[in-house]
Design a protein around this ligand. Structure first.
Ligand SMILES: Nc1ncnc2c1ncn2[C@@H]1O[C@H](COP(=O)(O)OP(=O)(O)OP(=O)(O)O)[C@@H](O)[C@H]1O
Length: 337
């Protein structure tokens, strides 16, 4: 590997950020600290402000209040091209009439680097993304995943201190998404580059990122590792957005403190004999998923999902059967309603 690691990865500190477009308050009191070399995700549903926050860091959007520090330096006075930030957009739009090498060289030529330096960086960037053999092809002669890698090569050739990826896998089919995201992770680790990955896909965020900021309605709901968010969601939105969750109120017949909801994961409960169980009800539906079987069970006015491991020979419950629901106390989360 010839491309050098950045001398020192940089951290990002965001504080007190509010950003509105007209009367639309898009980012609300954003505070966030991203560590040097971290692979970080902004995860949330469409319209929650992920892209806007990324654009703010890149310098394509301006906040009314607050600060963005890159490596301790306030970037407010710096235009995008002076921020050492590389952004890969959702529509990675390569120039169709240029070869792969030319596409990667384009930004370097704009920066008027010497020819030898441009050639060196293009060769290194293509090597990093495994496309050295494709330098003379045109984008139309590449697969979607390869085109995506050219877009990444084009950005890392600039040698940014921070890499921003805005839903970079959304144009790929499901299988390609899985392989390209692994490549992205490996590349990020090799470069040790502070990276932010925007996605609305929790599996994508969980599988490749060190930490995630879950966003909704322009606010950061929680920041944590994928496991922390899954095991200790701070609120109902996070519980529901990361993995499936049963959310019960008092109408379920389960004793729940006022103002709270009971939350538990489908695989954290088990089915038992109804006679000995505190919670019981009829099976409303059953889905065979291979390794597990997912049951719907009615509890009072609510329905919960319960996922049980399946082994061949396991006895299955049928729709209409009365079952007990066993829920270990340590798996019960009581979150604000
Ligand atoms: N230039 C703009 N002018 C006015 N409103 C905007 C502008 N850019 C974004 N918005 C609004 O800001 C909100 C957040 O948009 P943003 O693109 O950041 O969301 P997102 O979470 O990235 O969504 P998606 O996943 O759909 O891209 C949306 O309601 C959007 O309509």
């Amino acid at each position: 590997m010839t491309m050098s690691k950045p001398a020192r990865a940089v951290g990002i500190e965001i504080s007190g950020v509010n950003l509105s477009y007209g009367s639309t308050h898009v980012l609300k009191d954003i505070a966030l600290s991203i560590r040097p070399g971290e692979f970080f995700a902004f995860l949330g549903p469409s319209g929650c402000g992920k892209t806007t926050l990324l654009r703010l860091i890149a310098g394509f959007a301006q906040a009314q209040t607050g600060q963005v520090l890159l490596d301790g330096q306030d970037v407010a006075p710096l235009p995008p091209w002076k921020r050492d930030v590389g952004m890969v957009f959702q529509s990675y739009a390569l120039w169709p009439h240029m070869t792969v090498a030319k596409n990667v060289a384009f930004g370097l030529e704009e920066r008027r680097l010497p020819r030898g330096e441009i050639d060196r960086r293009v060769a290194q960037a293509l090597e990093l993304v495994g496309l050295s053999a494709f330098a003379e092809r045109r984008p139309a002669q590449l697969s979607g995943g390869q085109q995506q890698r050219v877009a990444v090569a084009r950005t890392i050739a600039i040698e940014p201190k921070v890499l921003l990826l805005d839903e970079p896998l959304s144009n790929l089919d499901a299988k390609m998404r899985v392989s390209v995201r692994r490549e992205l992770r490996a590349l990020q680790q090799r470069l040790g580059l502070t990276t932010i990955f925007v996605t609305h896909d929790q599996e994508e965020a969980n599988t490749i990122c060190d930490r995630i900021a879950v966003m909704d309605g322009g606010k950061i709901q929680q920041v944590g590792t994928p496991m922390e968010l899954y095991e200790h969601p701070a609120n109902l939105f996070v519980a529901n957005f990361l993995g499936s969750a049963n959310i019960l109120d008092e109408k379920s017949g389960v004793p729940i403190p006022p103002g709270k909801r009971l939350v538990f994961r489908p695989q954290h409960a088990a089915l038992s004999a109804p006679e000995s169980a505190a919670l019981r009800g009829p099976v409303t539906h059953r889905e065979f998923l291979g390794a597990t079987v997912r049951y719907g069970v009615r509890l009072g006015e609510s329905e919960v999902l319960i996922e049980t491991p399946f082994q061949s020979g396991s006895e299955l419950r049928s729709v209409g059967d009365q079952v007990g629901v066993d829920l270990p106390p340590r798996r019960m989360l009581f979150l604000p309603a």
